[in-house]
Design a protein around this ligand. Structure first.
Ligand SMILES: NC(=O)c1ccc[n+]([C@@H]2O[C@H](COP(=O)([O-])OP(=O)(O)OC[C@H]3O[C@@H](n4cnc5c(N)ncnc54)[C@H](O)[C@@H]3O)[C@@H](O)[C@H]2O)c1
Ligand SMILES: [Zn+2]
Length: 395
């Protein structure tokens, strides 16, 4: 057996853990930080609290608030120049995957020359970065613990994945209380993203035992708590389990890469403006049905059924796999995941989306089944109308 497995971040998890920010920064002698966030997180009142914790610890905060969802390359130089001009000692990211990824990319550009595009790929960042503390406010991406930053390349019309050395947060403070104000639609989208991470990493060609253990526990937590977090956002137990699930899914996929769902999702965000979680969730069951044509994947989906507490006793791998896919579709419906047509995607865009998907090299290589353009077009078509899944009707 051989595998690579690693996580860049020290984790502090639990209610109130965001308050540890001052203590963490004092521990590394930081006196001034760049605080990176977006307007939604500010409006939710979360930034205010973090700034207050910093003030209590006599740490000066320089604010950078220009992050938007699916963060574009165009905002990064400004953030990095601000950090350099103000001579900050560390960076604090507050928000979902978008502010955390933007902060990671800004951090790279503080100590490495731009443009950011030259670091697309794995282990291409040379110089060590400043300490980065991530405080996630969505239960979704796992970016707080992954050595990955995803930035929209506005010149190349694609999402760049920059991964490996110097691409992670040093410390992640996971405080479920910060996710209580997440609106239901964002809870659904980000939760389905985390579920997709767990499922894709479990069937990835690069999966290993540590990935599998984390993925299955993440699937159990998310499958049992997403609907409750969606319907009753103030249920702190459901929020805690969702944040834990997204964390473990981050552990799972950081060393295994993802798969075709993410390969299709990135172009859906770039060309159709879909939020990352919706882009994943809208094709997840159909990509699963496509991958389940491989017998080895059917066996893996049976394991996922057991993690989801679906009764598959006495069923063949193929039958259990069908049940798993149906359960994912039912969960998506319960949290109102739209079809691609409902999400505003146009059929005329399918060609461009399919071409772009095949260029998502890391996702295509990690996917357990080889993919052609026709396969992607068939998956887009079924996700567009949201037809019932019938095994074998995708090829
Ligand atoms: N680096 C990684 O490992 C990794 C993994 C998966 C996805 N991603 C990337 O992360 C990005 C998506 O991140 P995301 O899904 O967390 O969404 P997001 O960060 O884009 O946030 C979505 C919306 O929710 C709002 N929001 C966030 N927290 C809130 C809260 N607590 N209360 C109220 N509103 C809140 C934000 O303001 C924003 O409007 C994409 O660019 C995706 O490609 C990165
Ligand atoms: Zn994702």
């Amino acid at each position: 057996m051989q595998f690579e497995f690693g996580i860049p971040s020290q984790v502090s998890f639990g209610a109130g853990s965001a308050k540890k920010i001052g203590e963490v920064l004092k521990g590394i002698q930081a006196k001034k930080v760049l605080c990176v966030y977006d307007q939604g997180v500010k409006q939710a009142g979360i930034v205010e609290h973090v700034l207050a914790y910093l003030k209590e610890s006599n740490i000066e905060a320089v604010e950078f608030s220009k992050v938007v969802p699916n963060p574009p390359d165009t905002i990064l130089e400004e953030g990095a120049n601000l950090a350099k001009k103000e001579e900050v000692d560390a960076i604090v990211a507050v928000g979902g995957g978008s502010p955390i990824d933007a902060a990671k990319a800004i951090n790279i550009l503080v100590t490495n020359p731009g443009p950011i595009h030259q670091y697309e790929g794995v282990n291409l960042v040379i110089n060590p970065t400043k300490p980065l503390i991530a405080i996630p406010t969505t239960a979704g991406t796992g970016s707080e613990v992954t050595g990955v930053t995803v930035i929209t390349d506005t010149t190349g019309d694609k999402k760049m994945v920059i991964a490996g050395r110097h691409c992670g947060a040093d410390v992640a403070l996971l405080d479920p209380e910060l996710t209580v104000a997440l609106p239901p639609a964002v809870t659904a989208a980000t939760g389905m993203d985390a579920l997709t991470h767990a499922i894709e990493s479990y069937v990835s060609k690069f999966s290993s035992v540590p990935t599998e253990v984390n993925a299955l526990k993440a699937i159990e937590l998310i499958a049992n708590n997403l609907e409750e977090a969606y319907n009753n956002g103030s249920n702190i137990e459901a929020r805690t389990n969702m944040l834990l699930g997204s964390l473990l899914a981050g552990y799972a996929f950081n060393s295994s890469f993802l798969g075709l769902v993410h390969g299709i999702a990135h172009p859906l965000s770039v060309y159709c403006g879909l939020p990352h979680g919706i882009a994943n969730a809208s094709t997840l069951p159909y990509v699963m049905a496509f991958n389940a044509e491989e017998p080895s994947v059917q066996k893996r989906f049976k394991d996922i059924a057991i993690a989801m507490e679906i009764n598959v006793a006495g069923l063949s791998d193929a039958e259990a796999s069908d049940k798993t896919i149906d359960a994912i579709k039912v969960l998506s419906e319960k949290v109102n995941i739209p079809t691609l047509s409902e999400a505003g995607v146009q059929r005329e865009q399918f060609e461009v989306l399919a071409e772009a998907t095949l260029k998502e090299e890391i996702s295509i290589v990690a996917n357990p089944k080889a993919v052609t353009k026709e396969d992607v077009l068939a998956i887009l078509e079924i996700a567009f109308v949201g037809e019932d899944i019938k095994k074998g009707n995708l090829v």
